[in-house]
Ligand binder design. Sequence first.
Ligand code: PLP
Length: 379
Amino acid sequence: MKGNKTTIDTLVVHAGREVDPSTGAVAPPLHLSTTFARGVDGELLGEHLYGRHGNPTRDRLETALAALEGAAAAAAFASGCAVAEALFTALRSGDRVIVSDDMYFGIRQLLRELGESFGVEVTALDLDDDAAVDRALAARPKLLLCESPTNPLLRVVDIAALAGRCHAQGTTLVVDNTLASPILQQPLTLGADFVMCSTTKFLSGHGDVLGGALLAADEAHPLWRRLAKLRKVTGASPSPFDCWLLLRSIATLSLRVHRQVDNAEALAAWLADQPGVEAVLYPGLASHPQHAIARRQMKRPGSMLSLLLAGGEAGARRFMARLELFTRATSLGSVHSLAEHRRAVEGPDSTTPDNLVRLSIGIEDLEDLRTDLARALEA
Ligand code: PLP
């Protein structure tokens, strides 16, 4: 990239968006072709061969994603879960994996199923329990996969400290950066080996793209080399149009995320004082157990918050039913504010408290959001 385009607010606008050299087009071209022509001697005319292996629009997205996370390499996938699946299929039978005991329910389920199929042992741990983590690391697991902040309890992990302990045992640390986004946190700069994320969330930001990404600190990492090979022969490629939409969305990522955090900070502080709320789980509040870590490793505390409502499950359901501006829907990170009763979605295996409602705060007017929440909390 030419010029002084090194700060993240500039990178979101410019990375992967160089002027098209063949046409001068300023907006990134959308290449839909699934195949790429050869000349009379069989030589490829350009750099690409077949859509599953790569595509010029996907290349641009991967350039942008790598720049935002400070990564050596990026791979775009068809969803966040496809990234977790790819990581897992790159392991070998007999490998061990540690995960956090609070993480996105869908990936926890996926790891359990794939662990059984592939003979990979998956252990879920409270990553705040240093002694338990050290005991598990002593068995030299291949991977430790964690989120920070976690979904849905919004716990925060000290990424730099965890990276040090993992590396002392030869364990690869993968951090799911979905809830923070690279605007607020860059785990690779804190020592993680890989970042994964669901680009469906903040990077898309409009609730209209399903995608995922894996970012590597080092292209020579053996797991990255195996993944890159496997990605060519498996089918979790994102569509060129989704890559193009993501590139378009990334240009406003910083603006959206900061506005969402402005709203979330104000609402979290206000909600903490409301009689219908037993607790607000939000790393930006001084009452949060890992508030100091969040302040150290995140630029700002994010725009996801979970409420524990008075009145148990019935209280949570009544709150949900009264919302008018917040949309009752799963997912997060969009410009629209969303609310979800997680336990109802996670089903009978859920360990999420039954009075928990997860809020994804959008970019709407703060007072309109507060009015909606106040109405839903009325006795
Ligand atoms: N990681 C986290 C933290 C998530 O919250 C989700 C989905 O909610 C995923 C990964 C999976 O992403 P996707 O829905 O794009 O497969």
